[in-house]
Ligand binder design. Structure first.
Ligand code: TRP
Length: 331
């Protein structure tokens, strides 16, 4: 029997996931779990490169983790874990940082962006963030890493680290590849439709959180920025409408042509309401499931523990191999 390929991806628990995280990542992960040996996790260690409120962070780690299960990931089939529960991440990260050049890290655009955003807290973790991400990926010998375009540069760096490390020590790490699905919907901000929907957007109408209730979702879509024409079509320059059409298409599986036909002669008000309702309907099963599982605290704790054990076991092999290759004495 052919061995299943390993797939790994993590999300940061910095806010409730938004519609873009769901349609672009979580929903696709669920489809992967039969075909791949999946590792999906919550990147709590990464999240503290920016100051977090401890009470909020704790709640968000739990919430994000629960949402993975509510979205349909099966903790028996896949390894669902919290990064910080497995000490191997921090350990391999230190080792890999000695195989990563200062110059390489200085070129990372996310580092440059984030240091501009938080000029009062340009900490070393923000700088070495991509090394920790490389450790996440390489510990589990991931073949495939589903990532958004914003993380491609970090994955490229990971590949450089593999080449360098394997060049010295032989085949220690598998060379990971980006997994990009064409079907993935691009979801932009409802207020600035040329920008990606973002977890850190301060405009409360810009992002739809996946736990928003129906009224809130509809209200946000009603306030979405569009244009002064009144034609639902994907013409150039109609970024707001195109964004709404992509979202509507992603949640209803209707094509752009079908959507244009459906709203021919109707105003934006009707269209926005339809998108809001369709999104709310799409999220309802996930939200119900979230309510159901989060009521059972010991279930989530249990899943976290089992996930941590599975993650530890799977990754320890790689770390031991690395230690031996380096000349460390393992006892
Ligand atoms: N840096 C990723 C992000 O912000 C999250 C992440 C951490 C990740 N470790 C990873 C993604 C490993 C893929 C693989 O989106």
């Amino acid at each position: 029997m052919e061995q299943k390929k390993n797939m790994l991806s993590l999300i940061q628990p910095t806010n409730t996931p938004h519609l873009g995280n769901y349609l672009g990542a979580m929903q696709n992960w669920v489809k992967m779990q039969n075909d791949y040996n999946c590792f999906f996790g919550i990147a709590d260690l990464h999240s503290i490169t920016v100051r977090q409120d401890p009470i909020k962070l704790r709640a968000q780690i739990k919430e994000s983790y629960t949402l993975l299960i509510a979205a349909g990931l099966d903790p028996e089939k896949s390894t669902l874990f919290v990064q910080g529960h497995n000490p191997n991440h921090a350990e391999l990260s230190w080792i890999l940082s000695c195989y990563t050049q200062f110059g390489e890290l200085s070129r990372m655009t996310q580092f440059k962006d984030k240091s501009q955003k938080h000029p009062d807290n340009i900490n070393a973790g923000l700088f070495t963030y991509p090394v920790l991400m490389a450790a996440d990926i390489l510990l589990y010998q991931a073949d495939l890493v589903p990532v958004g375009i914003d993380q491609m540069q970090h994955l490229e760096l990971t590949r450089n680290i593999v080449q360098r490390f394997n060049g010295i020590y032989g085949d220690v790490f598998k060379m990971p590849e980006a997994y990009i699905t064409k079907a993935t919907a691009k979801v932009n901000s409802l207020q600035e439709p040329t920008k990606k929907m973002s977890k850190s957007d301060e405009n409360p109408n810009a992002s739809v959180w996946i736990l928003d209730d129906k009224d809130t979702i509809i209200r946000k879509f009603k306030r979405a920025v569009t244009d002064s024409e009144a034609e639902v079509c994907a013409r150039e320059g109609k970024d707001g409408i195109i964004n709404l059409m992509s979202i509507y298409s992603a949640v209803t599986d209707k094509s752009f042509d079908e959507i244009e036909a459906e709203f021919k002669g109707k105003g934006y008000g009707d269209f926005k309401l339809a998108v809001g309702e369709a999104v709310a309907e799409k999220l309802a099963p996930l939200q119900n499931e979230y309510k159901r599982i989060s009521a059972d605290k010991s279930y989530i704790e249990d899943c976290m523990k089992k996930g941590a054990e599975k993650a530890f076991k799977a990754s320890r092999k790689t770390l031991s191999k690395v230690q031996k290759k380096l000349g460390f004495i393992t006892i």
